[in-house]
Design a protein around this ligand. Structure first.
Ligand code: 4AD
Ligand code: MG
Length: 463
């Protein structure tokens, strides 16, 4: 008999079809003379209802094993369902229990579990409705991202995970070393002798693939990265991970405005794709997680984002009749409460803030003519705050050298990056989108730990 995915059976299955499904039991209901089980194989939120009649061989023995969590293979015939809630159901003719799940100890019983509890069973939580929906949407978002760039002729490039440079200059680096930590080689002045280390110099897990993406953009014009990035920020918030995925497009012959245009079109495309391909999961989020999820998607797809400068943003915040915890004044960075005020209260849609003060942004951003600001842009989203950070890059060799020195960095460490400005330099721009923040934004999930299968946060790397 043909093996079928449950999503496909629920969508297209017709009475009298003979088929086999494989999955895990979600629930069991024993009635007089027959038993219902719900089987889920992860392909859809809805499970397939299976009916077992007592005339099945070994009926009593089999249904004892069919507890929540058991892995089963069921062959039978599809029949129109007389019960409410489903169009068709599977009348079992053969049931094979691959692996039982002891109801005394299996932690996922049929009731609502808190997300905190589910985090403590990270190896099992993917079998719940919420996590099933999250990881299907996460997959769809990844597909939409590749589709968007591939349709526009961008080259997907693979930047290194181990690097010697700190792209953001924020010092939030995880070191990579093969030195024996119990017996560290020292230089005559007692600092660590990195010449003895694996790469002969200090290396780290990357915080961003941008610098290498710029190298590739200087040959292929339009490129993007999609890979894991790492930050040792000790911030235990609902929006920070120590390991997260980032998408970083980089475009040659592009300025800040082109960068913002691409970012806006990009977010709209992703929301559209998810609404088209994951409608059942999106309805679920709207009903059970956050009742503004569908309205948000509609808003993103159909409204133009607001675009303001940092200087205008500060003026709006100074006028706001809200008491902020952190001070607002020109020159200070925006905190999440300020970002959220702008997009939740003031504009009620994503807000693009451009031209931030030079002092609070990274060395590679293009200096504006007044030298007080740089051609930076952040996209702020309701409930999330910053979801995208990007900029036009400094393409002028002398200005870039000065900026590197101003930030206390050494130009010789970035000689290859400076070479891009020596040979065939061109205005170029790009941005970084935090993949998990985007999945949070789309699904309405409150905590970033719940949109990645294996979250890495301070003091947490169990699963
Ligand atoms: O603003 P960031 O630091 O920008 C960069 O890394 C640039 N090199 C990007 C570029 O221009 N190519 O980070 C980009 C985005 C943020 O807007 C946020 O969505 C996400 O990455 N992000 C995090 N997501 C989860 N956990 C963290 N600790 C994050 N830090 C940044
Ligand atoms: Mg940023």
């Amino acid at each position: 008999m043909v093996n079928r995915r449950i999503v496909e059976v629920l969508r297209n299955g017709q009475p009298d079809e003979l088929l086999t499904v494989q999955g895990w039991v979600r629930t069991k209901r024993e009635l007089k003379g027959f038993t219902f089980i719900e089987v889920n194989d992860g392909s859809s939120l809805t499970s397939l209802q299976v009916v077992l009649n007592q005339d099945l061989p070994d009926y009593d023995k089999t249904i004892k094993k069919l507890n929540t969590g058991a892995a089963v293979e069921v062959s039978g015939v599809l029949v129109a369902s007389v019960g409410k809630g489903q169009r068709i159901e599977l009348k079992a003719e053969m049931v094979k229990v691959h692996g039982e799940a002891d109801p005394e100890t299996y932690p996922l019983q049929k009731k609502r579990h808190s997300f905190e509890f589910l985090r403590s069973i990270g190896h099992l939580r993917a079998r719940t409705n919420s996590f099933g929906a999250v990881f299907r949407v996460r997959n769809a978002v990844a597909v939409a991202i590749h589709q968007f760039f591939q349709e526009r002729g961008f080259l997907w490039v693979h930047t290194p995970i181990i690097t010697a440079s700190d792209c953001e200059g924020a010092g939030e680096l995880f070191s990579v070393t093969s030195l024996d930590l119990k017996n560290i080689p020292r230089t005559p002045t007692q600092s660590v002798d990195y010449s003895k280390d694996f790469f002969g110099k200090p290396t780290y897990l990357t915080v961003s693939g941008q610098l290498e993406a710029e190298v590739m953009a200087m040959a292929f014009s339009n490129v993007y990265t999609f890979g894991p990035t790492f930050r040792a920020e000790n911030s235990n918030t609902s929006r920070h991970l120590a390991e997260f995925w980032m998408i970083e497009p980089e475009m040659a012959f592009c300025d800040l405005e082109g960068d913002v245009d691409l970012a806006e079109a990009f977010l709209k495309h992703i929301f559209k794709y998810v609404m088209e391909t994951c409608s059942e999961d999106m309805e679920f989020f709207n009903q059970r997680i956050d009742n503004s999820v569908l309205a948000t998607a509609d808003n993103i797809i159909n409204q133009q984002f607001e675009r303001i400068t940092y200087t205008q943003a500060i003026a709006f915040l100074e006028k706001a009749d809200v008491k902020f915890e952190y001070p607002v004044s020109w020159g200070l960075d925006l905190h999440s409460e300020h970002e959220r005020y702008l997009c939740e209260q003031l504009f009620q849609k994503p807000v693009v803030v451009t031209h931030y003060p030079t002092k609070i942004k990274a060395f590679y951003m293009r200096l504006d003519d007044d030298e007080k600001t740089v051609a930076a842009m952040d996209i702020l989203a309701p409930k999330i705050g910053e979801i995208i950070g990007g900029s036009q890059r400094e393409e002028r060799l002398d200005v870039l050298e000065r900026r590197i020195l101003d930030q206390g960095m050494k130009p010789e460490d970035l000689w290859w990056y400076l070479d891009l400005r020596r040979y065939g330099t061109v205005p170029h721009a790009g941005f970084g989108l935090g993949f998990e923040r985007l999945v949070q934004f789309i699904t309405g999930m409150g905590n970033i730990r719940d949109v990645i299968p294996f979250p890495r946060t301070p003091e947490n790397a169990e699963f």
